[in-house]
Design a protein around this ligand. Structure first.
Ligand code: SF4
Length: 471
């Protein structure tokens, strides 16, 4: 591959992970690889990847085996909602100390499980491994097996200690834990579909601000039942019913592609990628589901729903589009499929994406990102803050879309920010989400506050080369 971008100030090994569309002979980007030593990667840790996926299981005890700091990732910084149990809002920790590191933490873990099971009635416990557990070598498997037998409930170890990879390894550890929950390991078996109404497992929606409920309502309107959501607003009993679904539809492929593949192998459930971000992708996903299920009446209902919902939101989208036309956005999110949807969604409101990157995007997703991006767009994998700052400044982005770690970066640059991660409290999926998204982009990009930061921050941005983008 030819040199990706002008390489001044770039760490040499990072150059293969960054390209500018239209400037390279080859379009391939190095991705799905370990972070480069010496870079402050924006990626979260293995445990965090696992916790992101499993935490929305509402009636589980979530026990973090590790130092107290790892357990700070709690419900309170997430927007996952529950229609039932609130047990998942607690974050329990074994609070490992120096003595436990020296003499082992297994007894402390067993005691913690006993105490929690006694205090909180639950059928399911997830025990998360953390970095220090990987170092001291506690046998989580054995402790959980013994506790499971003792209490007669499902106690599942989540093998998410650091050192085994990056956030993607955590996704996989979570999927392995879910597979153990659905069905004890054994021979693959064909499952008789019990329900004559077509039903789907909805993978990779964490019910942030009730998003899974919004999509579930659309599916109900077209005659499809949601069997269970992985994992937004899910519970132990519903997750166990997963093999009964006709189809797996998958929103967040980064976290759920492995689970979908294994469920196809084990239970013969086919899977389909969907996206309910933006008007076009929402409509296309509903049409694809109806096409897959090959039901003429369902196809008719889909068209009716699309017509009705689009007509209801289009005037508002057009209003915001007229205010935002010509603005530029930078996107840095967890997975590739979300980044693809965001480029399309920004086009719907008149905004060009000038920089796009992900923490865990896969090769085929980067190919699509490359194909749909405009010439000159910077595309990068597993970025560090200095790269994000450089390219946002060079490309004149007015807005950054990202997660909790990117927010301060945007504000320090005097650039608007949209949270598109697990912390937000308002839905961005479906038709209602498309309006929320447009409104939020408008209110932050067009906020008068940036005029003042430009004045106050002049010195700071002058030091950062290009000063602030024109507004
Ligand atoms: S100590 Fe390890 S497991 Fe805990 S938060 Fe830090 S990186 Fe993640």
């Amino acid at each position: 591959m030819s040199t990706a971008v002008p390489n001044e100030n770039l760490i040499t090994e990072r150059q293969l992970s960054i390209l500018v569309k239209g400037r390279q002979r080859k379009n391939q980007l190095k991705c799905d690889a370990e972070s480069i030593a010496g870079c402050v990667s924006q990626r979260a840790c293995v445990y965090c990847g696992a916790r992101v996926v499993l935490n929305p299981v509402t009636d589980a005890i979530h026990l973090v085996h590790g130092p107290i700091g790892c357990a700070s990732y709690t419900w309170d910084i997430r927007g996952s909602l529950s229609s039932g149990s609130e047990l998942y809002r607690n974050s329990f920790s074994t609070d490992l100390k120096e003595n436990d590191v020296i003499f082992g933490g297994e007894k402390k873990l067993a005691r913690a499980i006993d105490e929690l099971v006694e205090k909180y009635p639950a059928e399911l416990v997830f025990v998360y491994s953390t970095c220090v557990v990987g170092v001291i070598g506690d046998d989580l498997e054995a402790v959980c097996r013994a506790a499971s037998q003792k209490h007669g409930i499902k106690i599942i170890p989540v093998q998410s200690s650091g050192f085994i990879g990056n956030k993607s390894a955590g996704y996989r550890a979570a999927c392995d834990a879910l597979l153990r929950l659905i069905e004890p390991a054994g021979e693959p078996r064909p499952v008789k579909r019990l329900n004559p109404v077509p039903s789907v497992n909805y993978l990779g929606d964490f019910n942030l601000a009730g998003e899974a409920w919004i999509i579930g309502d659309y599916l109900k309107q077209i005659g499809v039942e949601v069997n269970v959501v992985f994992t937004g607003d899910s519970n132990y009993r519903d997750l166990k019913k997963a093999p009964q679904a006709t189809l797996n539809i998958m929103q967040c492929a980064g976290s759920m592609a492995y689970l979908a593949r294994r469920m196809e192998e084990l239970y013969g459930i086919p899977s389909m990628q969907v996206s309910f971000l933006g008007l076009d992708d929402t409509a296309a996903s509903l049409r694809n589901i109806a096409s897959f299920l090959n039901d003429p009446e369902m196809k008719r209902r889909v068209e009716e729903l699309i017509r009705r919902e689009t007509a209801a939101v289009k005037p508002q989208i057009e209003h915001y589009r007229s205010k935002l036309l010509g603005k530029k956005a930078a996107v840095y999110v967890g997975g590739g499929f979300k980044a693809i949807s965001l480029i399309k969604q920004f086009r719907e409101i008149g905004i060009d994406v000038v920089m796009v990157g992900t923490q865990t995007g896969r090769e085929e997703e980067y190919q699509t990102l490359h194909d749909i991006s405009d010439d000159g767009t910077v595309i990068l994998d597993d970025a560090n803050p200095s790269e994000l700052e450089r390219f946002m400044t060079e490309k004149g982005a007015h807005l950054l879309v990202g997660g909790v770690k990117e927010r301060p970066l945007a504000y320090k640059l005097g650039v608007a920010f949209i949270d598109h991660n697990h912390d937000r409290k308002h839905p961005l999926s479906g038709y209602v989400g498309a309006v929320n998204f447009a409104r939020e982009v408008y209110s932050t990009v067009c906020s008068p506050v940036w005029k003042y930061t430009r004045e106050i921050g002049g010195g700071l941005f002058a030091a950062g080369k290009n000063a602030l983008p024109e507004r």
